[in-house]
Write a protein that binds this ligand. Structure first.
Ligand code: ATP
Ligand code: MG
Length: 679
């Protein structure tokens, strides 16, 4: 076979692309495991394209990866290759089963809801909703009042989530990852029981349930066989970051492994805190008899040789690693830069200076990225970018969806679909003047008892102060307007409240109009709510939240969200101990190893230029244990003196700049100081 699209691949990639596809039978299981930038995702796109060129039915291919963005990039790539190969492209939309495990799970659970004991109108709670429901359950048991040192709702949810996704007993999870909560085991068990009961009574599923319920129905051999027969080929990228539930789902879908292709890099496993288990990828070959074939790739096409050499040196310190070092023939004289600055504000100054210089020199902003550990570390850089009018989009941080007004409107929609959703109910009812938490609780109880809760809205007697607003609200809750007109009605009801609730009502109004436009592209309220909850749009620097479609903009991203991506120039914030590695973990070797891999993932995103910032004074904001504080930082331990020669090291301060401007005074965080008075 002399297909031109295979010519560009190296021998190993080509072998993986065509593996097992010469005959009519489904191919045996295949694992492709190799380091960063070695063309794993490219290989996967080519394999799918190759299947299509050979006449496979696109609807019988299931393609899963870790984010919707990654999934749509993959399908577009497949479409490009097929267009080139066949003249007529197989439209990316023809691949109807692509997305994240969670999104595919949600779709399957909804499609099969009636036969597996779920209500097809279930709502999906995002993490914030889930934490709120956890809180309600906690109050219900009196756990927060009597026990003031009881773990916060967020910690409770993290413990619950970890136990569910790792399939480990609560005691084990507590001991290994939340030792400071171990004394609360009995209460937590009781709380989680109440939380699950509440979810079921309210007809909601949380993120974890999308996997848990899916895995549980897969334990039924009849169901598993039925679902497994729906797809000939199941292909998965970034397999190192799947958890036990996901592995179980996969093995139940394809027990003999035929048609299964998984791809990943154990050195990039960075989701252990969400119970991802690197053993999934390492144990994959032995899960089948005969063992699955393994292909490894050795050449890195992404990064210049000096960048790769530095990244290799960082990961070489890892205790355990399966994938081998890669080589690159992209010569360059430029080593990665390690820049020491006095403060985070100066780090931001330095980086924005370089970014703008590079833009002057012709590198688009879109080819550059700033990566950081958690969203809160980006504050200084966001301030600097805003001050200097540089547009940016932020991935993995605060989402469009997290803003109060967007959440309000979506909750109105959710409550109208599912009146038993108490988290949405509490939020929406309290928008009505005259209704507080107590009255909201009473109204929701009444709905709960009603045989037909949707019909009950009109019979409810609201508190006297709310009686004028009630009929309009009840009408919005009971409308049978078709989609997406229903959203328009919800917005019309909410609109006057905006002026009462927010000073910047106008820009929020613009957001909601934008939301309505997004909604119009979805076939149903369920599809819209599911997609938005599972994969919300990213935050932009534009106040009105309008999408920055054709403009040039800089990418700001958490390292976790940058997985699989690449930019010509990458800036990494805070390469200091206390940030990478974070001092939030339990400090076990296992946690530390994950932090090392995080730095490796960040560094290997760069193609041509890599800069690491090392602020000597570093602000740690912590909600748990130690409180907010400044620390005097040191270079991350993952870049020890012995490998410093792989970097170009420099000290920077604005004073040594030719066009020096007076440095801004060190920022004072009054809010944090005021909070810390009460700690
Ligand atoms: P990661 O581990 O970060 O997910 P990856 O192994 O999936 O990386 P890709 O993203 O597929 O790697 O590829 C990295 C870069 O190398 C991309 O720009 C891709 O286009 C390029 N590339 C991949 N294979 C080849 C090849 N055979 N020839 C030239 N360029 C290639
Ligand atoms: Mg990849």
């Amino acid at each position: 076979m002399a297909a031109a699209y295979l010519d560009k691949l190296n021998d190993q990639q080509r072998a993986a692309v065509v593996f097992g596809l010469d005959g009519p039978a489904l191919p045996p299981p295949l694992l492709v495991i190799a380091g960063a930038g070695s063309g794993k995702t490219s290989m996967l796109a080519h394999r799918v394209a190759h299947l299509l060129v050979k006449g496979a039915d696109p609807r019988r291919i299931l393609l899963m990866t870790f984010s919707r963005r990654a999934a749509s990039e993959l399908t577009e790539r497949v479409a490009r290759i097929t267009r080139q190969a066949m003249g007529t492209p197989v439209a990316a939309e023809a691949l109807t089963w692509t997305g994240t495990f969670h999104a595919v799970g949600a779709r399957i659970l909804r499609e099969h809801a009636l036969s597996i004991g779920l209500h097809p109108d279930f709502s999906i709670h995002d993490r914030e909703d889930s934490a709120d429901l956890m809180n309600l359950s906690r109050h219900g048991l009196g756990l927060s009042k009597t026990e003031s040192r009881f773990p916060t709702k967020g910690t409770c949810l993290a413990i619950y989530s970890r136990a569910v996704n790792s399939e480990e007993p609560l005691a084990v999870v507590l001991r290994a990852h939340f030792p400071w909560c171990a004394g609360w085991e009995a209460q937590l068990k009781q709380l989680f029981g109440a939380y699950v009961t509440a979810k079921q009574a309210q007809n909601v599923l949380d993120y974890d349930d999308l996997l848990l319920a899916w895995a549980q129905v897969m334990a039924d051999p009849g169901f598993a066989a039925h679902l497994g027969a729906a797809w000939d080929h199941v292909l998965i990228d970034e397999y190192q970051d799947t958890n036990r539930l996901q592995a179980r789902i996969l093995l139940a879908l394809k027990p003999d492994g035929r048609g299964l292709t998984v791809v990943g890099d154990d050195a990039q496993s960075i989701y252990a805190f969400r119970a991802a288990d690197v053993r999934n990828i390492l144990d994959f070959p032995a899960s089948f008899a005969p063992r699955a074939d393994v292909v490894t790739l050795e050449r890195n096409y992404r990064s210049t040789q000096p960048i790769l050499a530095a990244a290799n040196a960082v990961i070489a310190g890892a205790a355990e690693r399966y994938t081998k070092d890669l080589w690159s023939d992209r010569a360059s004289a430029a080593k990665p830069r390690l820049v020491t600055v006095a403060t985070e504000a100066l780090q931001a100054r330095y980086m924005v200076d370089r970014i703008l210089e590079d833009r002057e020199a012709g590198m688009r902003l879109k080819d550059q990225a700033v990566l950081f550990r958690t969203s809160s570390h980006a504050v200084q850089i966001e301030v600097e970018l805003t001050r200097r009018n540089v547009p940016y989009v932020k991935f993995g941080g605060l989402k469009f969806l997290d803003s109060a007004h967007v959440k309000d409107l979506l909750s109105i929609l959710r409550l109208a679909r599912n009146p038993r959703d108490r988290v949405a109910g509490f939020r929406v009812l309290q928008l009505i003047p005259g209704i507080g938490p107590r009255a909201a609780g009473r109204i929701l109880d009444a709905l709960d008892l009603a045989a037909d809760p949707r019909a009950a809205w009109e019979q409810i007697t609201p508190p006297p102060k709310a009686s004028a607003d009630w009929p309009g609200f009840a009408a919005a809750m009971t409308t049978d307007a078709p989609w997406p007109a229903a959203l328009g009605l919800a917005r019309a009801w909410y609109d006057p409240h905006l002026d009462r609730l927010h000073e910047d009502a106008e820009s929020r109004r613009a957001d909601l109009l934008q939301l309505e436009q997004i909604a119009a592209g979805h076939p149903s309220a369920e599809a819209f709510l599911t997609e938005l909850t599972l994969d919300p749009p990213d935050a932009t620097s534009d106040q009105a939240g309008a999408p920055l479609k054709d403009e040039d903009y800089l990418i700001l991203s958490t390292i976790h969200s940058a997985k699989g991506q690449e930019w010509r120039s990458v800036h990494i914030l805070n390469a200091v101990d206390g940030c990478i590695p974070s001092d939030l973990g339990t400090g076990t070797t296992r946690d530390l190893e994950e932090e090392r891999r995080l730095l490796y993932v960040a560094m290997t995103r760069a193609k041509d230029h890599l800069t690491l910032g090392l602020p000597l004074r570093f602000y740690v904001s912590q909600q748990t244990r130690n409180g907010d504080r400044h620390v005097y930082a040191m270079r991350t331990r993952f870049i020890p003196g012995s490998i410093l020669d792989r970097f170009e090291t420099l000290n920077w301060s604005p004073a040594v700049q030719a066009d020096a401007v007076r440095p801004a005074p060190a920022p004072i965080d009054v809010a944090a100081r005021m909070r810390s008075m009460w700690r």
